[in-house]
Write a protein that binds this ligand. Sequence first.
Ligand code: ZN
Length: 353
Amino acid sequence: MDEIENARRAHLSIPGPLADSPLLLNATHSYQNPILHKTELSSTPANPEVFAKLQAMIRDREAESHEPDSMGSISLAQMKMQATKAWVGSVEQEHDMWYRVRHHDLLQSLLARGSLPFHWPERVENPGLSEPQTLSSAYKEARDLGFAIPEQFLEAGERSSYGEKEAFYAATEFAENRCTFDLSDIDHAKMREVRQLSSSFLIPNWRPGAAPFVADQLWIVQGPEETVRFLVLEIDGEHHMNQRNQKRDEQRDAYFIDLGYEVYRVAGWWARIDPFRVIGDFLSQALGMTSFKSAFDFAPGNIREYVCFACNKPMVRWDDNWISADYRYLHEGDLSEEDSERVFVHRQCQCEG
Ligand SMILES: [Zn+2]
């Protein structure tokens, strides 16, 4: 797709009054005020015999002395992992199910057993590939599990909205600690506390028989001292801005909080222009990351200011390097390097070298 044409369409789609809205619309919690869930193991082992055997082996091995990183200490670490597995029992089925559709009850049962999944379907090793699960696919899987899903839901939502897709792609780049922004070491360490990120997370409806709620993104993040946090991130479209829908969103957020989720809402229209900044604002609030402000050296408060200095056409941050800094002489007669000023341009409009 042509970068400038893509940017032009994204800009045209955004109603004037929303162009200077905040990126983060609402947050029920923050890194200073999180909801923590204990991840302690249950009080009895699932496989007592296997567990006892492994414990004895670990004791024997520990009695011998081993240099760190030697074969002995590596196999000791493996034995300890096996022992944890023997305690938790087999969660293979649950992890398989997590791969198909992620939902509240499944998460609760995994949490109770002290085993949260590290893998998720959209996790890819290669950048540029992650797409969120579509609503219709999530609904189909949910129906197979016994959730009540009205027939029209299965046909609707065959595709995710453009803003949701962009936000999910940017989110994956951050969650995989892969983006090229200049973040501080502390913030990179914070990114490593993200245990998993997936799309289309189902939460049963409070009204019996009604279709489940679908949260756009679920982030599972390591908390202090054997705890985890469950962050729901919603990419709100323009229709969330009317009063009736805002009331509905408030009700839904309160219900999610009761179930143990922190809820963050970001502007879907901003996600069409600068998804990386949208996720950056969310992470600053949710994880307390502080280096984003300097990492996004181009960050105007109004969408209309996303204009290329070189060609004067609209810009979007379609990938982390699609808005580039460039140096230009702004005044006639400027010739020395010190006279050039930093401006922002489309990646393709950058001067060579
Ligand atoms: Zn340009």
